[in-house]
Ligand binder design. Structure first.
Ligand SMILES: Cc1cc2nc3c(=O)[nH]c(=O)nc-3n(C[C@H](O)[C@H](O)[C@H](O)COP(=O)(O)OP(=O)(O)OC[C@H]3O[C@@H](n4cnc5c(N)ncnc54)[C@H](O)[C@@H]3O)c2cc1C
Length: 468
């Protein structure tokens, strides 16, 4: 492939930074991947990615695209100990019941974030021309005299004596995550910073690891208990490497799942579905609990700014960070990386930032709509609820109960939340007919008509739990 330039620099070696290095390595002589953390050789959590201690899975659309980007990565993940979990083994409790996924065949990862990132990082390090520069923080962008083009980045070592150096580059990608300095950098260079959209949800996560008994839950390896509208509590569990479960308790709107084991167990037991209690109550904990807060969704509208400097792109959580309940952040970053490769092939480096942002907008928008749409179903979340949202929400309230007994409808839903298909797939006549007929049949057979998800088991009516 003809080279588009001598040197590309990616700031941030999280998932977004790693996957963006792939299309760049094929099109530039050299790629430098900069991270302020000293990156571990082993599969370890690290300071720069505190969210990595909580459940992290690649949804089907993310895993499939990652395999396209890095052929053989699924085998590499499995060889490193990751589970590859097929959909009949998932236990997704949403809309007041369990989705019927029998006969479907979707795949997700069952691994810690540290393992996923470590395996992907090993593949990136092995690419021709890629250098990983860890322990260096990006401090500011450098430009040409007219400030119309980014020409590189100034770095400072995180290790005493804190040397400084400048990397010249033909393209700079900012993948430094949610706290990205790009809005400040751009303002400092005289560019209008992007507008920021926010949705406050005040979500808290508490996570613990447990020894996994493969007999529990009939061998099921992935559980999701969604937060019903009007409620605050949910949870997810995933089988991960080394015979463990990672269990993340979710509290919305200021609800804080406890970290101590007794409180953690009580919380799991209080959920409207009993699967989590099966894992946690009497389970063998490993290590301490980790906590994280997700105060609000944040989307920086780089796709709408009037002007961006040339040779510059922003990616991953630095553009948009979602309530991770649907696990889409890493997948959106992978879509962005794929679009970067296409944009470079179509038009070279000129205007590539704006063109990539425009091409990947659909993925950010779909993930944003799905996650904000779901959170807005909670009456206490403050935000606009336009007519389109009300229609979609009403439709999903009919769809989910049908998906509890119709695998065709359940599969369509998973294709959309798993980013294999656009949301319009849910309105395809094949799905729409089944939803309308299925919900009519249900109403005729004594359905309550109560919106899905509001029929949670009342607190006090607890599921049976495994004796400790
Ligand atoms: C609790 C929780 C659970 C989640 N679960 C999932 C899930 O199941 N599935 C999923 O797909 N997504 C999940 N996400 C989202 C996911 O973590 C991110 O979307 C994804 O990691 C992409 O982030 P990123 O690479 O853009 O940023 P990050 O992962 O935050 O990485 C940013 C990197 O930039 C480095 N950095 C920061 N500043 C500088 C600087 N100045 N100079 C150099 N380096 C710098 C950091 O050290 C870090 O390595 C979850 C998020 C949370 C909070």
């Amino acid at each position: 492939m003809p080279r588009l330039g001598e040197h590309a620099v990616v700031l941030g070696a999280g998932i977004a930074g790693l996957v963006h290095a792939v299309p760049l390595a094929r099109r530039f002589q050299r790629v430098t991947l900069v991270d302020r953390d000293l990156l571990p050789d082993r599969r370890e959590d690290r300071r720069g990615v505190p969210q990595g201690q909580h459940i992290h899975l690649l949804v089907p659309g993310g895993l499939a695209r990652l395999e396209d980007l890095l052929p053989g990565i699924v085998d590499d993940l499995a060889a490193a100990g990751a589970h590859v979990i097929r959909s009949p083994e998932w236990r997704f409790h949403m809309g007041g019941g369990r989705l019927d996924l029998t006969g479907t065949d979707f795949r997700i990862t069952g691994a810690t974030r540290a393992l996923i990132e470590g395996v992907v990082r090993d593949r990136i390090r092995a690419l021709d021309g890629v250098e990983v520069l860890d322990g260096w923080a990006a401090r500011e962008l450098t430009t040409d005299a007219a400030r119309s083009r980014i020409t590189g980045v100034r770095l400072r070592s995180e290790v005493p004596p804190h040397e400084e150096r400048t990397l010249d580059a033909d393209l700079v990608v900012d993948a430094t995550g949610r706290g990205s300095p790009s809005p400040r950098w751009l303002a400092g260079l005289g560019y209008p910073p992007p507008a920021e959209e926010r949705l406050k949800v005040d979500v808290h996560y508490t996570t613990r690891l447990f020894r996994r008994d493969p007999a529990v839950l009939g061998g099921g390896r992935n559980v999701l208990v969604d937060v019903p509208p009007g409620e605050r509590r949910g949870a997810a569990a995933l089988a991960v490497e080394d015979g463990r479960w990672i269990v993340t308790l979710i509290g919305m709107l200021g609800e804080r799942p406890p970290a101590d084991l007794a409180g953690f167990s009580d919380y799991a037991t209080s959920l409207w579905n009993g699967d989590l209690a099966e894992i946690v109550v009497g389970g063998e904990p490993i290590g301490d609990a980790a906590r994280a807060a997700f105060p609000s969704f944040s989307r920086h509208r780089y796709d709408q700014v009037q002007r961006l400097p040339e040779r510059f792109l922003v990616a991953g959580d630095a553009v948009c960070s979602f309530d991770p309940r649907f696990g889409q952040g890493m997948t959106v970053a992978i879509v962005e990386a794929v679009e970067l490769g296409r944009a470079l092939d179509a038009g070279g480096v000129d205007g590539v930032g704006a063109r990539t942002l425009a091409a990947a907008r659909w993925a950010v928008q779909d993930a944003w709509d799905l996650a904000t749409g779901s959170d807005l179903a909670h009456p206490d979340v403050e935000g606009p609820r336009p007519a389109a949202w009300r229609l979609t929400t009403a439709y999903l309230e009919r769809l989910l109960p049908v998906a509890h007994r119709d695998p065709v409808v359940a599969a369509a839903f998973i294709r959309v939340v798993g980013m294999l298909a656009r949301p319009s797939e849910l309105m395809h006549p094949r799905v729409l007919t089944r939803v309308l007929l299925g919900s009519r049949r249900r109403a005729g057979s004594g359905g309550t008509g109560v919106p899905a998800g509001t029929r949670a088991r009342p607190r006090g009516d607890r599921p049976p739990v495994r004796p400790g």
